[in-house]
Design a protein around this ligand. Sequence first.
Ligand code: PLP
Length: 358
Amino acid sequence: MPPVTTARLFTLGPVEMDNDTLRLGSTRLPYFRTSDFADVMLEIESMTKALIGTDAASRLAILAASGTGAMEAAVISTFTRLDKVLVVEGGDFGRRFGQICRVHGIPYEPLHLAFGEELTLDHIQKYDAKGFTGMLVNIHETSTGQLYNIDLIRSFCQANQILLVIDAIGSFLADYYHMDNFKADVTILSSQKGLGLPPGLSLVVANHSTCEKRIFPNSPTSFYFALSRYFTDMLRGQTPFTPAQSIVYQLHDKLRRITQAGVESYIHHSAMLASDLRSRLTCLPLVVPEYNLSNALTPVICEKAYDIFLRLKEEHDMYVNPAGGDFKEVLLRIGHLGNLTVDDNRSLVEALQIVMTS
Ligand SMILES: *Cc1c(COP(=O)(O)O)cnc(C)c1O
């Protein structure tokens, strides 16, 4: 048994799960190579496509992997050593895309952004007509909170006629997302962020032309992460390997509820929590960066950030998200995903007041 926790999570995965999801996580599992299970999978497929805004001809792969597994699967199934990919490296997750390209010998160039630097037309214009064939971007770079300007990215990709792969893991259900309107060819999602499920399941959606021209003809050097088998098996509601079965049921239930309530109500809830928290924070000795922010989280720059993280955990039973590497002592991220309320924000700010002034 994991330790029974009473702590409130303001983290960016896992997030606070709701009671329906928690209850489903404790149920017994049936065998899954059946038409009953296939029906669940096929409903997941159609609901996912509708919720992320892509047409029925797009394909879905459901992986038993954390989000990085889906990033790797998407990159190696879509691109080859003959490509040249532009990677927006504005933080840890952008760098991860670069690392994946490097490991697999896929030529890429990083579009580097310093901390606090906003992606602008000036940055992106430099790469016009330079022979790029694809672009990789985490539309919300969750390590900094920056939500990139999709208009810039879409125009660049359309003008250069290149493939656009969007990691929407940190953004889906917190910010507006529409795969087809965004002109994204591939979308990557994961269970433990906006969907509010346990970690361990991730999704890749690719549009029809990318499947036909790229993913099916490709032979990536990975057995487990080659997407074509997932897409083919999904036609009959199955996966090539054992699925993360309990999360599949939790996903099915959650997608039904999102479909019923409307995706806008989830986005609205995160946006409301974000603006509520940001207005409460003005009384504290910290700075919220100026770049365009996702509703998924609020980054705060303050002194002794890691110390604050530890004291919130030890003294107040609350987890905010510490930063890694160079930013450990100066940056915290406060999440607005999952089953959180304005009351949670109020309690957190009260705790922050105590911790930051004593
Ligand atoms: C959380 C996250 C991921 C996935 O990370 P894992 O730890 O592998 O689940 C990928 N991209 C972004 C933008 C994320 O926020």
